[in-house]
Design a protein around this ligand. Structure first.
Ligand SMILES: Nc1ncnc2c1ncn2[C@@H]1O[C@H](COP(=O)(O)OP(=O)(O)O)[C@@H](O)[C@H]1O
Ligand SMILES: [Mg+2]
Length: 241
């Protein structure tokens, strides 16, 4: 009996030790288009802890991208509050939010958003040139490209020479360049076949387990969810577990 109580207490302590990374309190988001008002998010309450690996699932138009854009501080809530590292963001200036995005958040998109006139290495270097966070940015960028499985003899190849799966790996390297705590990925495997989707999800798993990054992935793809630890379902802007 005593042992059981001790165990319960230990579990409770472990729960308490989890650090809140992202907190949404009563977040709603309206978009206005030509007089029409669309409610994209409807009173979202969501807490994401440090080191979580979260999947957000829901049909097209459910509000997944809007939710990610708000967590990434790219869009602001119409109502409610977003906290990052327990700090409320609604009163922050755009320039403060820009710094949060640069230092704390890495983004991965379905369409990669890589710059097609640049090489793989130059694409990964871009965020480092803005932040000046590493003394040897080229070394850092090369390490990240290696980590996502791009061979050294291809670092200087133009982005157009890479396959979709490789482009997504390069975009993950770019998302990691400034060593952010949070990685946000919007349908990262939607353009990829099963084999490449698995490679991408293995990389995210590795980043979560070994680099201890908090990862949030929105997806249509049920196979992706097998990799995540916790899944939230979203429909008509409302969330459920
Ligand atoms: N920039 C925008 N302007 C107007 N309406 C938008 C905008 N972005 C999204 N919406 C609308 O908000 C709702 C949620 O969209 P979105 O967050 O993109 O969903 P999902 O990513 O799940 O497909 C949809 O009705 C969509 O049409
Ligand atoms: Mg979307």
């Amino acid at each position: 009996m005593i042992n059981q109580n001790q165990n319960q207490e230990q579990n409770l302590n472990q729960e308490i030790k989890k650090t809140e990374k992202i907190l949404l309190k009563g977040v709603s988001k309206y978009y206005r288009t030509e007089g029409e008002k669309v409610l994209a998010l409807n009173n979202i309450n969501l807490c994401i802890y440090e080191g979580d690996f979260i999947g957000i699932m829901g049909p097209s138009g459910a509000g997944k991208s809007t939710l990610l854009l708000i967590i990434a501080t790219i869009e602001r809530p119409s109502f409610g509050e977003l906290y990052i590292d327990s700090i409320p963001t609604s009163d922050m200036l755009d320039s403060d939010l820009q710094l949060i995005r640069l230092n704390k958040i890495g983004m991965v998109f379905q369409d990669y958003y890589l710059i097609s006139s640049l090489s793989a290495l130059e694409n990964v270097l871009l965020p480092l040139e803005i932040s000046n966070k590493f003394n040897n940015p080229v070394k850092r960028a090369k390490e990240l490209l290696k980590m996502v499985g791009i061979k050294e003899n291809r670092f200087n190849d133009n982005i157009n020479k890479f396959s979709g799966g490789e482009k997504q790996r390069i975009s993950i390297a770019r998302a990691l360049t400034n060593d952010p705590d949070i990685i946000i990925a919007d349908e990262p495997t939607a353009n990829l076949d099963t084999k490449n989707s698995k490679i991408i999800m293995d990389i995210f798993t590795n980043i979560n387990q070994h680099l201890k990054k908090t990862i949030i992935i929105a997806t249509h793809d049920p196979k992706v969810l097998a990799f995540t630890e916790k899944i939230y379902f979203i429909n008509d802007g409302k969330i459920s577990t």
